[in-house]
Design a protein around this ligand. Structure first.
Ligand code: AKB
Length: 324
């Protein structure tokens, strides 16, 4: 199948491209930036420069590639978006509009939208329910969250109005050996990366911080399974998906099972802590489980056992940058 990715240079693209190429698909990876060295994949997918904030360029790219399936990954994440809300608006809001329009105009059959737990925020009436279901009033506190809510609504609108089959997931904080870019959930990933390369990590979150997290192989599988699901089985456009929801100090304990000498401390950054505190503690993903058979494979310790050797290998290969 001909598949196009936007924002392919990010954390999800790193693993998704590999899975798509391994599945024998004809993959066109697009991003504003050149292919990162860590994204070298056997199988030779094509890498094209694309700025999704440029509507005509997005349409020309879709016209040229004629993808049957598009994964829209391009986004400015929560922490970076609060530093530059205009950039977050342009990439996340205008970019999503441009991608949807390009899909409509070039008759793309299916679009996968990547939403986030950042669509949630504490309602005026009190805390979010724990676990948080798909359908609660959405009160995002970040520009990233605001634009993801709008993206979710646009996704449903284009499906109904223009028959662009748009569907998506709300990702928890994703953890993998590839470097993230500007997220508030990054403390969890750095407990692994810095646990290996520096023997410890001072987290920018409190020890009792608890948000939904997921290991990247499960996240990639969710995207692939949802993209192949029978439309008639789907009762909604956007689905909560869940894996595990540990406290930050429980992640430390899990890492220390494998790296007993790793030291962790907590020095909360008020801006990022406020974002983390506004998100759900855990998610109810019953609809995803019922409609398309979603089920995570990895729990926290399963992830630690698999990820730590991977981080070691990537550091040996020099595929993880030396600073953050
Ligand atoms: C972020 O922290 O902004 C992202 C997300 C949870 O969507 N990783």
């Amino acid at each position: 199948m001909k598949i196009l990715l936007t924002g392919a240079g990010g954390q999800i693209g790193h693993d998704l491209i590999g899975a798509l190429v391994a599945g024998g698909h004809e993959v066109t990876s697009t991003d504003l930036a050149p292919r990162p060295p860590s994204h070298a994949h056997a199988g030779g997918e094509s890498w094209q420069r694309l700025d999704v904030t440029d509507g005509p360029a997005t349409e020309r790219m879709f016209e040229k590639v004629k993808p049957e399936l598009v994964f829209h990954l391009a986004a400015i994440l929560s922490a970076r978006g609060e530093k530059d809300p205009k950039l977050a608006y342009d990439v996340n809001q205008t970019g999503t509009w441009n991608v949807l329009e390009a899909c409509r105009k070039t008759a793309v059959k299916r679009l996968i939208f990547t939403s986030s737990i950042a669509v949630f925020g504490p309602p005026p009436s009190g805390p979010l329910p724990d676990p948080t279901p798909d359908d609660v009033a959405l009160h995002p506190t970040t520009m990233y969250g605001v634009t993801k809510v709008a993206g979710e609504l646009l996704c449903a609108y284009y499906t109904k109005k223009f028959d662009v089959d748009c569907r998506g997931v709300r990702f928890p904080g994703l953890i993998s050996a590839a470097m993230p870019g500007g997220g508030s959930s990054d403390y969890a990933l750095f407990m692994y990366v810095d646990g290996v390369r520096k023997g410890g990590y001072e987290a920018f979150a409190r020890a009792d911080t608890r948000i939904p997290l997921m290991y990247m192989p499960d996240g990639v599988r969710a995207l692939l399974e949802l993209s192949m699901a029978d439309r008639s089985k789907l009762t909604r456009s956007i689905y909560n998906i869940a894996a595990f929801s540990p406290r930050a100090d429980q992640i430390a304990t899990s890492v220390q099972r494998v790296l007993p000498d790793a030291k962790f401390s907590y020095s909360p950054d008020p801006r990022r802590q406020a974002i983390l505190d506004s998100w759900p503690k855990s998610l109810d993903d019953t609809a995803a489980r019922n409609d398309w058979g979603w089920k995570p494979k990895y729990d926290l310790d399963g992830m630690s056992d698999d990820l730590i050797p991977r981080v070691r290998r990537m550091l040996e290969l020099g595929a993880i940058l030396s600073s953050h």
